[in-house]
Design a protein around this ligand. Structure first.
Ligand code: ADP
Ligand code: MG
Length: 355
């Protein structure tokens, strides 16, 4: 028969486009939290307090003591592609901040009810503003609401409520609030280890005790101890190396061959971003599989710094994955370095007095 009529092509509504794009950046509460923590760190915060209701689905709040947001910027801060961090495309290759494309707050505002309270040190009062779909929320009497002066501490508090209220399928897929809370805790605790010195707390709303509470000026080991326990912290060896040819530097803590765990714990930061990198993880796991008894797995905290020009952080909307040059060679150096250190502890054990 005759071919069917082609369906007409229509331009999508702007709100639909924005909601789809936002859903790609923010998959679940823990993605939103990662972006918000990175913003607080970018703002120079030394104290970050996270409060969570229903696994972050009902509410996710993060309070920092960073430099705040200029009152005059509050009107545009949640628009897509508004940022204080990037001007030219070329800047991307030497970016020192976590953020760069001004998408996080915009994305969150498209899938949650977002409000910001912020106070700069030189301002007499704080300002509070509410947002919807990238803009200041609609005012009761029509038009847009204005930021309102209020009391507040120096720094910024961002509150996201009713996450995915407008994406039913996503909300339904995230019903397990315990699972979401554990992912939130994972992101918060890992950033607290990598940013030891900055005080982090993470708690469920209304809970008397925080689940995570690291001290200002604490060490990475102290924070590992708090999160993973004394047994893990006590079994770690430090490793590190700089390589001028490859323009990389790495350091971290790994469990010694003597330590037995049942699940691999892998904290990987590349240029201070918490990321996944399957080839690195596999290579380190393979090394441990050749050293450790069958059922035990390593603890690895790896802080890898690569010259920014050699890294592409813009490969994935969530920035969860990165690519870099000379991957195989760099992985080889890391594995060799860990291998030597872990064997070193083995040797020491042979001579150590057993208790
Ligand atoms: P990006 O981080 O890529 O610039 P975001 O959407 O995450 O984009 O944030 C937009 C802008 O809002 C940032 O560039 C920054 O100027 C400001 N901002 C966001 N969060 C904070 C915060 N906690 N403290 C100070 N400024 C912030
Ligand atoms: Mg950001």
């Amino acid at each position: 028969g005759a071919p069917a009529e082609p369906p007409p092509i229509r331009r999508l509504d702007e709100t639909v486009v924005n909601r789809i794009a936002a859903g790609e950046v923010i998959h679940r509460p823990s993605n939103a939290l990662k972006e918000l923590i990175e913003n607080s760190l970018d703002a120079g915060a030394t104290s970050i307090a996270i409060t969570v209701k229903d696994g972050g689905m009902k509410m996710l709040q993060i309070q920092d003591n960073g430099h705040g947001i200029r009152t005059e910027d509050l009107a545009i801060v949640c628009e897509r592609f508004t940022t204080s961090k990037l001007r030219e495309y070329e800047d991307l290759s030497r970016i020192q901040t976590y953020g760069f494309r001004g998408e996080a707050l915009a994305s969150i505002s498209h899938v949650a009810h977002l409000s910001i309270t912020t106070k700069r040190a030189d301002s007499e009062c704080a300002y509070r503003a509410s947002y919807a779909d990238g803009r200041l929320a609609a005012a009761k009497g029509g038009g847009r609401s204005e930021p309102e002066p209020c009391a507040g501490n120096n720094g910024t508090t961002i509150t996201a409520e009713d996450l995915f209220y407008n994406i039913r399928s996503r909300r339904d897929a995230l019903r397990n609030t315990r699972e979401e809370y554990s992912r939130i805790f994972e992101v918060a605790s890992r950033y607290s280890i990598h940013n030891a010195g900055v005080a982090f707390t993470c708690r469920k709303a209304g809970a008397a005790k925080a689940d995570l509470s690291t001290a200002q000026g604490a060490t990475a080991i102290a924070n590992i101890r708090q999160v993973f326990g004394g047994k893990v912290a006590g079994a770690l060896v430090e490793f590190g190396q700089a390589d001028e040819d490859l323009e990389v530097e790495f350091k971290g803590h790994v469990s010694s061959a003597a330590h037995e765990m049942h699940k691999t714990v892998f904290l990987l930061f590349i240029n201070h971003r918490l990321v996944e990198h399957t080839p690195i993880r596999r290579a380190v796991e393979a090394l441990y599989a050749s050293i450790l008894p069958k059922a035990s797995r390593p603890f690895v905290y790896l802080d890898l710094r690569i010259r920014p020009e050699r890294v592409d952080v813009n490969v994935h909307p969530t920035k969860r994955e990165v690519r870099f040059l000379n991957e195989d060679a760099i992985i080889g150096r890391i594995v060799d370095c860990i291998h030597r250190r872990v064997l070193g502890t083995n040797d020491a054990r042979e001579f150590a007095v057993r208790d």
